[in-house]
Design a binder for this molecule. Structure first.
Ligand code: FE2
Ligand code: FE2
Length: 181
C-alpha cells in the first residue's frame, strides 16, 4: 500500500481503530492470529480491491474492519457460531458505530463462501441452517468483503487443509456467479 493510500485508508477508519470496544478484538484468537489483526488485513485488502474495482472505499474499508466484530470465539456462544457470527458482527457494527444499512448488509454476507460450501456439503455444521439468498452479497462492495475474508483466511492458515482447497474452489464458483450477473 502506498503512503497516500495508507493515509486515505486510515482516515476512513480512524474512529474504529481508536475505539476501546474494537481494541477488545486483540484478545480474541482467530485463524491462529488475533481477530484484530485479521480484521485489519481484510480491511486493507478490501480497500485495495475497492480501488481496483472502483468500489465505495469508505464502505469496503469499514465493512472489512467490522466484518468479525463480535466478542469471544465462535465456539463460546451460539450467536458467535460459524454461520451466525456475521449477524452478530452486523448488529455490533450498528450498535457501536451506527454504520449504514449498506455496510451492515456487506458485513452480514461476508461468509457467503462458507454458506455455498455448506449447501454443497450439507454435513458441514449440520445444526446450522442458512439461506443462500439471504447471505448472498448484494453489492460489489459485499463481494469484495467476502473475497477478501476468504483470501486472508487462506493466507493466515498455517497448515494446508482440505477445507481451504474447497474454499479456493468456492472462490472460483463465486467468480462465475459474479460474471453471470
Ligand atoms: Fe467471519
Ligand atoms: Fe473474517
Amino acid at each position: 500500500m502506498t503512503k497516500n493510500n495508507k493515509e486515505e485508508f486510515e482516515n476512513l477508519v480512524c474512529d474504529i481503530l481508536e475505539n476501546d470496544s474494537f481494541l477488545e478484538l486483540k484478545k480474541d484468537l482467530h485463524h491462529g492470529t488475533s481477530k484484530y489483526e485479521h480484521s485489519i488485513r481484510v480491511a486493507k485488502l478490501s480497500y485495495s480491491l475497492g480501488k481496483f474495482f472502483k468500489a465505495d472505499l469508505r464502505s469496503v474499508s469499514r465493512a472489512g474492519l467490522l466484518h468479525d466484530f463480535f466478542f469471544g470465539t465462535r465456539k463460546e456462544k451460539p450467536e458467535n457460531s460459524y454461520l451466525r457470527h456475521p449477524i452478530t458482527a452486523r448488529n455490533n457494527a450498528k450498535r457501536y458505530f451506527n454504520v449504514s444499512d449498506k455496510i451492515a448488509e456487506d458485513i452480514k454476507t461476508h461468509m457467503f463462501h462458507q454458506v455455498l460450501l455448506k449447501k454443497i456439503f450439507p454435513f458441514i455444521n449440520r445444526k446450522e441452517k442458512v439461506s443462500l439468498k439471504e447471505f448472498k452479497p448484494k453489492s460489489k462492495e459485499g463481494w469484495i468483503i467476502c473475497a477478501s475474508d476468504l483470501l486472508v483466511s487462506i493466507m493466515e492458515c498455517e497448515r494446508f487443509q482440505f477445507t481451504y482447497v474447497a474454499n479456493v474452489t468456492m472462490l472460483l464458483i463465486m467468480n462465475i456467479i459474479l460474471f453471470k450477473n
